[in-house]
Design a binder for this molecule. Structure first.
Ligand code: ADP
Ligand code: ZN
Length: 319
């Protein structure tokens, strides 16, 4: 293992599996991604991950794993941590899948660290992004699902089981909200995730009879002025703002960094978010919070996964 080497990083979500190589300073030098095999079984998912990891090693011309400082991996939650058994809500093919052990077997001789994808994103944004220099930061991944990770008083918070920060399952509408994939009702994720947002829009008459439409298409239509698209983005933004106001009141946050695929919708999502936040974060300390798009953009998850190794003294307390 090379103390000063680069890190092989992976970021596994319900839509895409990304891999990259991150330099010790935090620069992502090469990356690639593949779609997460829909309805893939455990081994198909594993092969997709293996293929992107091998691909970036090839492109970066790393043939000897000993040149790496380690491997960091973020995966959708929940997760048994630090053992790294993963059961991502939006990847049904993996239930208690031993991701950390499988990675350690396949890429031997280097430290392998696995965390929740949004915890990685929060670490990345705190280390090298919008949260840099701030002591109290929430990082959010608004993507296929909705995840979060907390840095409080400059420390990454893992909670009792490694699952702290799951803001996607904070309840924002218990009466009229939809049933959530977690089994609850009215969770943020049931309203503001890419999957649930597209489903809601279709139920409201958006692009009837066109299967396979995603939140990306919906955001595109909203940008063109489609009324259902605009309503969907408002609904999601509002739910995000309400949840962020609650989190801010609870944790006295300074910065909330919002990343993930859906965050690319920009003002369509952020304007209603800020409006709902202003309506619900009323106490003087809470009004100070700044909600911003992830400074590392779509690479925050990979940079954060690498930070588990490259800045392990700050972001890894697992073993
Ligand atoms: P994952 O959930 O696998 O981590 P992403 O972070 O890429 O993947 O998020 C995927 C979600 O983001 C999908 O629902 C997709 O439709 C949506 N998305 C991707 N690009 C955009 C975009 N430009 N605008 C709005 N939504 C987008
Ligand atoms: Zn839920």
């Amino acid at each position: 293992m090379a103390e000063s080497g680069a890190v092989l990083a992976a970021d596994i979500g319900g839509t895409k599996i990304a891999a990259g190589v991150v330099e010790p300073g935090g620069r992502l030098v090469t990356w690639t991604q593949v779609p997460t095999p829909r309805d893939g079984d455990a081994e198909q998912l594993w092969r997709a991950l293996e293929s992107v990891l091998d691909q970036v090693l090839n492109v970066a011309k790393i043939s000897d794993l000993a040149d790496l400082a380690g491997l960091g991996c973020g995966c959708g939650g929940p997760i048994e941590w630090p053992a790294g058994l993963v059961s991502p809500l939006n990847i049904p093919g993996w239930r208690a899948f031993p991701l950390r052990d499988r990675l350690a077997d396949r890429y031997p001789g280097i430290p392998v660290r696995v965390h929740n994808d949004a915890i990685c994103m929060a670490a990345g944004e705190h280390w090298r992004g919008a949260g840099r220099g701030w002591r109290n930061v929430l990082g959010m991944v608004v993507s296929t699902g909705v995840g979060g990770g907390l840095i409080l008083d400059n420390r990454l918070i893992v909670g009792a089981s490694g699952n702290a920060g799951h803001i996607g399952h904070v309840v924002v509408d218990p009466e009229d909200g939809p049933v959530c994939v977690c089994g609850g009702r009215g969770c943020l994720e049931a309203i503001a995730s890419g999957l649930t947002l597209a489903a809601w829009a279709q139920a409201e008459g958006w692009r009837p009879g066109q299967p396979g439409m995603t939140a990306k298409d919906l955001a595109g239509d909203a940008a063109q002025g489609h009324p259902v698209g605009r309503a969907a983005m408002r609904r999601a933004g509002r739910a995000l703002g309400i949840a962020i106001a609650s989190a801010t009141n609870l944790c006295d946050l300074q910065v909330v960094s919002v990343g993930g695929g859906l965050s690319q919708a920009g003002a369509l999502l952020f304007d209603p978010l800020q409006e709902a936040l202003a309506a619900h974060a009323r106490l003087d300390f809470a009004r100070e919070v700044r909600v911003v798009p992830a400074a590392l953009g779509q690479s925050a998850g990979l940079v954060g996964a690498a930070a588990l190794v490259l800045a392990g003294e700050r972001y890894w307390t697992g073993d």
